[in-house]
Design a protein around this ligand. Sequence first.
Ligand SMILES: Cc1cc2nc3c(=O)[nH]c(=O)nc-3n(C[C@H](O)[C@H](O)[C@H](O)COP(=O)(O)OP(=O)(O)OC[C@H]3O[C@@H](n4cnc5c(N)ncnc54)[C@H](O)[C@@H]3O)c2cc1C
Ligand code: FES
Length: 338
Amino acid sequence: MLLPMIQCPEHNNAIDNGMGRKRGQFRATVLANTNICREHFLLKLRVPDFPASEPGQFVQVLCPPLDGSAEKPAGESESQYHEVVWELGTLPPQLHDPDFLGSEPYLRRPFSIAGRRDDPANTCSDIDLIYRVIGKATGRMATLAMGDSISILGPLGNAFPMPKAMRSALLAGGGVGIPPMIYLAEKFQRAGIRAIAFIGAQKADLIPLHITGAVGTQPTSNVREFAAFNTQTVVATDDGSLGNKGFVTQSLERFCETSPDAGAVVFCCGPTPMMRATALVAAKLKLPCYASLEQPMACGMGTCQSCVIKYRPDGVEDWVYKLTCKDGPVFNTTDIMW
Ligand SMILES: Cc1cc2nc3c(=O)[nH]c(=O)nc-3n(C[C@H](O)[C@H](O)[C@H](O)COP(=O)(O)OP(=O)(O)OC[C@H]3O[C@@H](n4cnc5c(N)ncnc54)[C@H](O)[C@@H]3O)c2cc1C
Ligand code: FES
């Protein structure tokens, strides 16, 4: 199977995504790409005419080639393609199979929008992405420098809802699921809704946030990114190297038991086991819960069917497949067949 060529026009006009939201392909200029903790970078991009976006939405980043010519999208040279052999009766190549992907980060990679600032005067938007270096594409992203130019597609997917009856918001972010929670905290601040963030990582040096003072069992304003939006934060690490020892879900549950609020709504993003655990905690506490799934994706636009999940709304007998990129990434956790 030969992989097809990517066509990459400089800039498409934004088009409607069929759900009343605009999306498009944009060339973004790197404003900064800063190492914020072990393996994590904050990438600030300036994008012209970027359509309106909401927390929960994401962008698909086409990562630069190794030779440093960031203007040329990855995968444009014929010599990078090779045949992938798939014997009948064996499993097909999987999305992240090195043979299938070849030597280049050919496919775009999805990243949640972590923050956004608009300059209405010159129609430019500054978009923040926070990413962890785990493989080929994120490794290349770590080499981006100020002034480099990359191609992004977005904003994609749906967004976190704002339930009418919500009195307060509990934001649970684990690892690379922390970034969309920052953008969400900003939205709740604007809406005048009290939010508390629960942030978890394996170790202290894997928290991609600025800690400005002590963090303990009680919510504090000592996490700069959330404090900027008037959101207090509880920090947990698996090994106890910062904040509460244990999983972020344990901190969330403990807090809800000591400070119950029947009008609270839980929002979460992180690794699947963490979101599944958050959904269980919310169900136990009888709180609504929404999760932004981080299913591996290829197209990000509902075409390739690589991001399916099993979906069964409460009270419905039969399940159906849903596409994380198009129907999600945000779902009511009671509708997901974990
Ligand atoms: C909607 C969405 C939003 C995301 N937002 C962020 C974000 O804000 N910050 C961030 O750092 N990451 C985010 N991710 C994950 C990010 O897309 C992957 O880390 C990235 O694609 C890895 O690319 P790579 O080429 O560096 O790694 P690869 O070389 O493709 O993979 C390296 C290893 O990581 C595994 N892997 C890759 N992607 C995933 C995944 N999604 N889930 C579990 N394992 C995976 C692979 O199986 C492989 O073992 C998001 C994913 C989705 C779907
Ligand atoms: S990533 Fe292609 S359909 Fe979802």
